[in-house]
Structures are given as structure tokens and as C-alpha cells.
Write a protein that binds this ligand. Structure first.
Ligand SMILES: Cc1ncc(C[n+]2csc(CCOP(=O)(O)OP(=O)(O)O)c2C)c(N)n1
Length: 354
């Protein structure tokens, strides 16, 4: 995938040294200590998560990594592959840490909502979308829903879907919290969207109405640049609207989780919207791999042995292989389905099929 090699990603890594560590430390300090270590000593602070939940964070990062990797191999190596995607390679810890702080199961009117635009496989898997069904959708199979990556949704787990245009997802996320008037929160993920009018309209109105919406900027320094905004630091733009804002290292799932948990708790308690800038980057020579960061930390904390980590990764690879095999067996979506739900009147066919 060529975008994983972009010079923007390398710039992002170089600039990651500017992460506001004071804010990050603030997000993490004061958190409850972790359960005891496997060797009986007290573990490092890890947001009060149990060992099972900590291991689940690594599992989710690995599921996203291996799912996308297999999809990329298929798109490049299989001439019969019908798929289209924007990869989130390198950014897996952001979706994982944020969604781990959300309500992803339970009655439909109580689960939290996620909206996105691009690089959606990470957001979807982290929110709980079934990998088999997702791959069926990506491969344009008849059982896979209406569309792939940029229009994919599964409301049963609160994954309200992607919008192919950069920007409008913000408005929909904010509108949904206005309409639901409950303690459920909505997260909207964005990359290049922080320079859109939608971003500023949402910051303004979400703050005016104190809506429980959390904007997560995945700043890979690819779409965003010094040329698209007068703010050197986009968190300053959020703060200018009176919005609580944090900047975190998006390669570190534990930092992302800490900031997301704080944002979700605030929003649920009625304290209004939050902004999280997760500084992240695509794979490149000098990047820090979120898989390795999570894996090493869990081993250090004694909640995972190196052998158990290897076994976890093998399990994930097997799950991914099974999901792709299952999806490949589904019937392909016929071309005439392409306009289904795109027009007010179903049954209108493209001219060449009419
Ligand atoms: C309004 C609009 N302009 C342009 C595009 C085309 N486009 C430009 S950048 C991009 C990818 C954006 O990905 P994102 O995750 O938002 O940002 P990145 O990770 O690339 O920084 C797309 C699809 C679009 N879909 N919508």
C-alpha cells in the first residue's frame, strides 16, 4: 500500500517529539493501580483495568493489524479481488484505546455511538463489528451490507458508519447526541477533517449545547499540515471554543485509553464535549509500532508472558484467515444492487442495465 510509505508519515514521526507530555502525564496520573502482577508484585498503574481487559487491548490492535494486512495482500495479489480501502496501518492503537472506553454492548438505546469517514476497519473492529461480515462488505458480497469501507455501518454495535466525504460525519455525530438526549456518548474520528467547516460548527454547537460528543483527531500528519490551519496545535482550536482538549501519543494504547476514559466520563456526566488529538503515524523507518508498545508493556506488567503473546497473535491470524475464507464463500453482490438505497425510489437501474 503506497500510502503507508508516504513522506508525510515520516514527517509525523519526526514531529511526534512535540507531544504534550505534561497533558499525557496528567491523563494518566491519579489512575487506580492495576491488579497484582503475575509474580505477586504490584503492577504499574494501568487505568484500573483487569488483566483480561488489558490483554483484550493487544488482541484488538492485532486483529486490526492482521485484518488490514491480509486485505492489502489480497488487493495487491488477487486480480479477482473487488475491494477498496484506506488503511489505518500504524494507527491501530487509537481506535482500540478509544473504543475500549465506550459502551459497546447492551440495549441498543444505551450503547455508545461511533462515526467515521476513512480508515474505518480499525474503528469498526474496535467497536465490535463482526470481522466475517465486515470482510463480506469489503469484498462487496451480497451478505455484507450495502457498501464497503467508506459507507460501511453496523448499528447493532453502535458503529454508525462511515461517510465518504471528509467532514459531514461530525455533524451527524453531534446531531445524534442532540436527538438521543441520554447518557450515551458519540465519538467521531477524523483525520484531515479538522480543517473543514464541519469541525468548527461542531466545536461551536457541541459546546453551546454541552453535548456528549467526543472528537478524536487521528493526526498522522498526512492530510493535516501547517498549511491547512492557522493553529500550530489543533487542540488550541478546540480549547478556543471552551472545549476540554488533550494531546496524546496515539501509538500508545494506554495513553489513548486514559484520555478517552476521562473524556467519556466527563461527557456522560453532562460536562459536555471533549477533543482528543492522538498523534500517530504510518509505518516508516523510524516509527514506533503500537503492537510492540502494547506487547512489551503487558509483558513488563506481568499480565502476559512472551509465549502467551505469541499464542495470542497466532489465534488472531487464524481468526483473520477464517473470516476471509467465510467471506469468499458468500455470493457476490450483483452490479444492479449498486444503486439500492442511493435513490429515493428503489428499482431505478443504471441506464445500461435498464
Ligand atoms: C470533502 C472531501 N475532500 C476530499 C476527499 C478525498 N480525500 C482526501 S484525503 C482523503 C483521506 C482522508 O483520510 P483521513 O483519515 O481523514 O486523513 P489522513 O489519515 O489521510 O490524514 C480523502 C478520501 C474526500 N473524501 N472528501
Amino acid at each position: 500500500m503506497s500510502d503507508t510509505q508516504s513522506s508525510g508519515a515520516r514527517g509525523g514521526c519526526a514531529r511526534r517529539g512535540t507531544v504534550q507530555w505534561a497533558n499525557v502525564a496528567g491523563a494518566i496520573s491519579g489512575m487506580a493501580p492495576l491488579e497484582g502482577r503475575a509474580d505477586g508484585r504490584t503492577g504499574q498503574p494501568a487505568m484500573g483495568l483487569t488483566g483480561d481487559r488489558l490483554r483484550a487491548l493487544l488482541r484488538t490492535i492485532l486483529r486490526i493489524r492482521w485484518y488490514e494486512s491480509r486485505l492489502a495482500d489480497k488487493m495487491i495479489g488477487d486480480p479477482g479481488c473487488r475491494a477498496h480501502t484506506h488503511a489505518c496501518a500504524g494507527q491501530e492503537a487509537v481506535a482500540t484505546g478509544v473504543c475500549a472506553a465506550l459502551r459497546n454492548a447492551g440495549p441498543l438505546d444505551q450503547i455508545d455511538l461511533v462515526y467515521t469517514a476513512h480508515r474505518t476497519s480499525g474503528h469498526a473492529l474496535a467497536k465490535g463489528v463482526d470481522m466475517k461480515k465486515m470482510q463480506a462488505a469489503m469484498g462487496l458480497r451480497a451478505t455484507g451490507g450495502s457498501a464497503a469501507e467508506m459507507h460501511f455501518a453496523d448499528p447493532s454495535v453502535g458503529f454508525m458508519g462511515a461517510v465518504g466525504m471528509i467532514g459531514p460525519a461530525h455533524m451527524i455525530a453531534m446531531g445524534s447526541t442532540f436527538a438521543s438526549r441520554s447518557d450515551r456518548v458519540a465519538v467521531v474520528f477524523g483525520g484531515g477533517s479538522s480543517a473543514t467547516p464541519h469541525f468548527h460548527a461542531v466545536m461551536n454547537n457541541a459546546r453551546l449545547l454541552d453535548l456528549p460528543v467526543i472528537y478524536v483527531l487521528e493526526n498522522s500528519f498526512c492530510s493535516r499540515s501547517a498549511h491547512d490551519s492557522p493553529h500550530g496545535d489543533i487542540a488550541e482550536a478546540a480549547r478556543a471554543y471552551g472545549i476540554h482538549a488533550r494531546v496524546v501519543d496515539g501509538q500508545d494504547v494506554f495513553q489513548v485509553y486514559a484520555a478517552a476514559k476521562e473524556a467519556v466520563d466527563r461527557a456522560r456526566a453532562g460536562a459536555g464535549p471533549c477533543f482528543i488529538e492522538a498523534r500517530t503515524c504510518r509505518p516508516s523507518q523510524d516509527w514506533r509500532d503500537p503492537v510492540e508498545i502494547a506487547r512489551r508493556r503487558l509483558i513488563d506488567w506481568g499480565v502476559l508472558t512472551p509465549d502467551a503473546a505469541d499464542a495470542l497473535e497466532a489465534e488472531v491470524k487464524a481468526e483473520v484467515a477464517e473470516a476471509f475464507a467465510w467471506a469468499a464463500e458468500r455470493p457476490l453482490r450483483p452490479p444492479r444492487d449498486g444503486l439500492k438505497r442511493a435513490l429515493a425510489t428503489e428499482g431505478v437501474l443504471p441506464r445500461h442495465l435498464a
